[in-house]
Design a protein around this ligand. Structure first.
Ligand code: AKG
Length: 213
């Protein structure tokens, strides 16, 4: 409930649901907006192709990734971090306006994100419970946009362990983790293949917007 009051104060959009202080805007993007965002993303991944980062534990991640913005999120044997360049050596493309517009609507902030992480999940991909904590200032929220097939989003606690709660995220849903929920553990347990016709080959895209430094 605190998030709702804070959003009302800052001029940000009021969410449809709040679970464990995480705000969820259901179907914020209609079909046309989703399609044009996917077109924008095609141009981004043409310049900065998807890759499978290596975890610090030496296993490739199941989710394929790329980024747009001043920084891209990266992982290898030496750890998780932000990098100013794609592993191929070029700067990351700018974050498309269609995506920045979503940040503006749901946060009401004048500060814009430095990174849009693009996660691509095929039908078998998942992402384990983790915190987003590679950024310098946790007072800025994390905004996440779902496109394509449904993903089962699990929310934990501010420390590892304890009871969790899950909700399906559909295409066009937007999640905001800010305030008391900024460091909540979260992850994607599974993808419900064939639930969306947005991506011709199926799968799910998640865009995660973060202020990095
Ligand atoms: O795919 C999602 O909805 C969550 C992505 C995520 O947790 C992350 O990129 O840190």
């Amino acid at each position: 409930m605190k998030n709702r009051l804070e959003s009302a104060k800052s001029g940000a959009l009021t969410p449809d649901e709040v679970i464990r202080d995480v705000a969820i805007h259901r179907q914020l993007l209609d079909d046309a907006a989703q399609r044009s965002m996917v077109d924008d993303l095609r141009a981004v991944v043409q310049q900065a192709p998807l890759f499978s980062p290596m975890t610090p534990y030496g296993k490739p991640m199941r989710v394929r990734m790329s980024s747009a913005g001043r920084y891209g999120w990266f992982s290898d044997r030496t750890g998780y971090r932000y990098e100013p360049r794609h592993p191929g050596g070029t700067a990351w493309p700018p974050i498309p306006d269609s995506i920045i517009g979503v940040w503006d609507r749901v946060t009401g902030l004048s500060r814009r994100p430095d990174c849009c992480l693009i996660n691509f999940y095929d039908a078998d991909a998942r992402m384990g419970l983790h915190q987003d904590r590679d950024e310098a200032d946790f007072s800025f929220p994390v905004v996440s946009i779902s496109l394509g097939d449904d993903g089962l989003f699990r929310l934990g606690n501010l420390t590892r362990g304890g009871k969790t709660e899950s909700t399906w995220l559909g295409s066009g849903d937007v999640v905001v983790m800010g305030g008391d929920a900024r460091l909540i553990y979260h992850g994607i347990d599974r993808i419900r293949a064939g639930t969306s016709a947005l991506l011709p080959q199926g799968g799910r895209i998640n865009l995660t917007l973060r202020v990095v430094d």
